[in-house]
Design a protein around this ligand. Sequence first.
Ligand code: PLP
Length: 459
Amino acid sequence: MNRHYFDYAASTPVDPAVVRAMASFWGEKFGNPGSLHSFGQEASAAVFEARDTIAKSLGCHYSEIVFTGSATEANNLAMRGIVGGMATRIGNRYRQAAEFAKPSHDMGGDNYTTKPKIIVSAIEHDSILDTAKELEKDGVEVVYLPVLKNGIADLKKLESALDERTILVSIMYANNEIGTVQPITKISEIIRNFRNSKSSKLTAKSLESAYPLFHCDAVQAFNYLNCNVNDLGVDLLTLSSQKIYGPKGVGLLYMRRNSKHEALNPKQIQNSKFQKNKVSDFGFRISDLQLVAPIVTGGGQERGLRSGTENVPGIVGFAKAVKLVAYSRELETKRLRKLQEYFLKQVKKINSKIELNGDAKNRLPNNINLYIPAKSGKDPSTSSGQGTAQDLVIALDIAGFAVSPGSACSARVCSPSHVLKALGHSDEKAMSGLRITFGRQTDKKSIDLLLGELKKKLK
Ligand code: PLP
């Protein structure tokens, strides 16, 4: 039986050119990049070259990239690291986030009486949402920013949620379930404006004007959208190799260095209207090392931000995958957009009640997330607990077509999708999403075959 893959948002096959680029690093060039001898230096040079290649593609400096074991880990580092980094920077290395829980806690001497706040969108990946929940237990206030019916973040609510205590905003570039693309440059502008207005109003109790930082999970976006960090105006950005035709087990966090907020040196402080004794660490050199605390400690790799011997073949493969995306991004986006339009037209012919979840325009060219109404007499939320979407996914799989019921299924148990719920859908609707995602191997022929099978199954 021929098998057809329509789940590129879950993972992508490793490109053969990536496999070739990695090959020698499994055996011949196996050294530990931390070793001083030539074997180590060979590996270290490869990691450096990979870091530089990726940095160029993101428009940043190689020292701003930290390789991790996954995007999940990079998201954790962004969130836990910023909260922990703040605690570290204000004076007590051992004071953890839990300290923030205490109301009006004095955070390091004279000037901090604040409980930090982070803002995340309600449709983030679980690696952000679950981490936010954990931080909440530690006493950090979390605002779950609602999205509009079309899945785009409510920017008015973002503006009103920002306040002096906000240290981090995390909003994804493109959603993994419904493919909606957030207006990242608009969001970074809102945050920048807020920071600027804050810096002219700093009081003794303020966090520095570097906050809030803006983190963006660009895992699903990189294949199709410009991820230049300066164009986007983000301070932190997450990528995953396995979503861009690279190997599994490697991700990265970009962290902006030399934010303009570091510009104040002691002389400038003396001249500035801010008195040193009023805002004690305003003017500290705010670099990534001070802003982010590591969550994995040990041998000090990745400038101390992520200890553990580097995954050299994975990192080399990741860089090759990034290069390949840069070559193909524009053409592939156009090609998949056409296929997406075609698919949507045809699927509506099968059943006019089928709806597209999420904004039709502001979405990735490879994502289709459908609401398929339950067949009459079948209630997806009853007895078996199996929704139509899951039944359909299994039936399609048996016929050779790999699609997904969305990201709300783990260990084969499905619950209503938090993303579809955030769009305002009922539990029934939020159980009935069918995610079909295209990729490099998708063509019109395979789409027609899928449409044919869907037609049979939905009759
Ligand atoms: N962020 C987004 C938007 C994702 O889609 C995923 C994976 O699906 C992740 C983060 C986590 O990636 P990984 O499983 O590689 O850690």
